[in-house]
Design a protein. Structure first.
Length: 279
């Protein structure tokens, strides 16, 4: 039993360390897309310069890069041949996020009830956990630090089944028009297509951890959103979006669900994989 507790403690520490880092340092490919963007028009250059300075300051000081450190959104991908217990996986997530919120100076941003009282939990917990099965025997925990300036601009549309890929593009463009500068652009977009309303929303967040399964559609959406000219900080120009990932799955003959998750430029995420016996 003591050995089991030690294994789970070590696993939760890995989660804590990954989440503390993710609030301060962006994934390499995300930071590269920000650093390599060539802004133009409006006040794009000054906003992008401020974002880059913010990243450098966060890395240097160890402070979170945004005052909205977000809620913990977690996808637990469990190998079909894993021997890990669901209760142990949940424990690692709960203990890891609780420790990260303290060590990483997370703002306390969670309320106990959405419309009655809205009392702060004072812990930034609970995390919002989703589970799925996949091939293999490992367990992968994928975390988003989801701020709500951008989350409030996320949405779902139930399209006519004949809308096709143009309908998907137009739906995302309409949602981004409504968002304007509110999600702190330039943004990263996750798009979920198919399934049911709730599955499409789930896919739109999972998309941040997967290669787009339709790169042509991703480019179409990226070009169309950038053509809006919302620009960095909503002050006009280019870029409005820096990346789009699309995930899709089968759906009903009468439907075409499309979900959009909007992430601000601070696309903070972490991914921790535990091999068999490590959790």
């Amino acid at each position: 039993m003591a050995q089991d507790r030690a294994i789970l403690f070590e696993a939760s520490q890995k989660v804590k360390e990954a989440l503390v880092k993710s609030a301060r340092i962006l994934p390499e490919e995300i930071e590269a897309s920000i650093m390599n963007a060539i802004p133009c028009g409006g006040k794009a250059c000054s906003v992008m310069d401020a974002i880059r300075l913010n990243l450098e300051t966060s890395r240097r000081t160890g402070l979170p890069m945004c005052q909205d450190t977000g809620v913990f959104w977690c996808l637990a991908s469990i190998g079909r041949f894993s021997d890990a217990k669901l209760a142990d996986i949940e424990r690692v997530i709960m203990e890891g996020t609780e420790a990260a919120a303290v060590a990483g100076y997370y703002r306390k941003s969670v309320v106990t009830h959405p419309y009655k009282g809205r009392n702060n939990t004072r812990t930034n917990l609970p995390p919002f956990i989703f589970y799925e099965l996949e091939d293999g025997d490992s367990v992968t925990l994928s975390f988003l630090l989801k701020g709500f300036g951008s989350e409030n601009c996320s949405s779902v549309r139930m399209l006519n089944p004949t809308a096709g890929e143009d309908g998907v593009v137009n739906a995302v463009v309409d949602m981004m028009k409504a968002a304007g500068g509110k999600p702190c652009p330039p943004v990263f977009l996750g798009v979920g297509v198919g399934g049911t309303m709730d599955r499409a929303a789930f896919l739109s967040k999972k998309a941040f951890f997967r290669e787009s399964d339709d790169k042509v559609l991703s480019e179409m959406i990226l070009d169309a959103v950038n053509a809006l000219g919302i620009g960095p900080g909503g002050l006009g120009g280019y870029p409005t979006a820096l990346g789009v990932s699309v995930l899709s799955e089968p759906t009903h003959i009468a439907g075409l669900p499309v979900a959009l998750t909007v992430n601000c430029w601070a696309e903070r995420r972490a991914k921790i994989t535990f091999r068999r016996g490590e959790i």
